[in-house]
Design a protein around this ligand. Structure first.
Ligand code: ACO
Length: 326
């Protein structure tokens, strides 16, 4: 039997501070009722000093290593899906490497916005295919609160901070990642974007641009996200000859409960099979799928040989789906 990339340990780390919808009512013109009905979000976590992107990513990684029974020195590669590290250079992955003592790893970041974890897992699979004995940390870690315009009610109610991690390694037992299908469409970049820090080259400063906050045309993103995630999931299942009924658990990117409900309906999957934690954490971008996998795993929702379906959509646009035999 060929080698597959199996998840052998999971971990997550959420900042302690909870920001509720009623807290937001005091900050912008919004209401718990609006946020809950439009998004499904009730609370989100906000990082404080000492809970930077690399720090919470490192804690999630340590928890995943402990579950896997893998020592940090055994890790050959660290890939971190993120767009909000506290540093642009070095990468979040290098900071995490230092923090956890993964002295034998090489390490880099993957920027695919909210699809960052799926892209990273798919890339890890390519390394495992060529080096099956390799052990890889695949992490999603974000600090969106640092890039949110807290005066903009259109966006500030949506996002939260957090990190999730998986240790993956080669398995010859038929378990692991069966397939992914990933997509991008850069033509639509300006529907959902976040600028870099202001340019230090005066000729390249763009006065019309409006700070390095997350900017979003919510309605357009919503429309594309629903269609793109549904299409990628259906194509993936079709290409693998797997029916929606056979899937044991779906872990979708947690961006909006209405996007998730629409996906559930189109797949015809019962809603008990959809993992949802958006009410607790909001949209944590690349961390969201990884956090949800860890929670589902620790809650005993994933049994050997179960089919786990992941899907995500984010800025770029980037999107895709993955199917895993647990
Ligand atoms: N509280 C109260 N009213 C609000 C708020 C708020 N927080 N935000 C917007 N409104 C108002 C708007 O101003 C608008 O008022 P108007 O009609 O007077 O102009 C009204 O509510 C309706 O706004 P819409 O944008 O039409 O609301 P919609 O139903 O589309 O919901 C939302 C907005 C929740 C942002 C939705 O469009 C959405 O979830 N979009 C997708 C986001 C997403 O999936 N992102 C995924 C990727 S994220 C990433 O990659 C980082």
């Amino acid at each position: 039997m060929g080698c597959r990339t199996a998840i052998v340990g999971t971990g997550s780390c959420l900042p302690e501070k909870i920001l509720s919808n009623s807290d937001l009512e005091k900050m912008v013109d919004t209401s718990d009722e609006w946020i809950t009905t439009r998004t499904g979000i009730k609370n989100r976590r906000i990082a404080k000093k000492g809970e930077e992107t690399s720090r919470i990513g490192a804690i999630a990684a340590q928890r995943a290593l402990a579950m896997a029974g893998v020592a940090p020195e055994e890790i050959g590669l660290i890939i971190v899906g993120t767009m909000t590290c506290e540093m642009t250079m070095p990468s979040c992955a290098c900071l995490i490497q230092k923090e956890i003592g993964a002295t034998n790893a090489f390490a880099f970041d993957m920027n695919a916005a909210c699809s960052g974890f799926l892209y990273s897992l798919d890339l890890a699979d390519k390394y495992i295919q060529s080096t099956p004995e390799m052990k890889i940390l695949v992490i999603g870690s974000e600090n969106l609160s640092s890039r949110t315009n807290w005066q903009d009610r259109n966006t500030c109610v949506l996002f939260g901070d957090g990190a999730g991690a998986c240790v993956v390694s080669g398995s010859h037992e038929g378990r692991g990642l069966l397939a992914s299908n990933l997509f991008s469409d850069g033509k639509l970049w300006n529907l959902l974007y976040m600028e870099s820090a202001r340019s230090m080259n005066p000729d390249l400063v763009r006065p019309e641009r409006n700070g390095s906050y997350i900017q979003m045309s919510g309605k357009d993103v919503f429309k594309y996200a629903v269609r793109a995630m549904e299409d990628s999931v259906l194509q993936l299942l079709d290409s693998q000859g797997i029916s929606a009924d056979e899937v044991s658990l779906v872990v979708p990117h947690q961006a909006n409960i209405r996007i998730i409900n629409s996906l559930t309906e189109r797949l015809g999957i019962s809603s008990e099979k959809i993992y949802i934690n958006i009410h607790k954490y909001g949209n944590t971008s690349a961390a969201s799928v990884a956090i949800a996998i860890d929670e589902a795993n620790r809650a005993g929702l994933l049994k050997d040989d179960d089919l786990l379906l992941l899907c995500a959509f984010g800025g770029g646009f980037t999107w895709g789906a993955s199917i895993i035999r647990w």
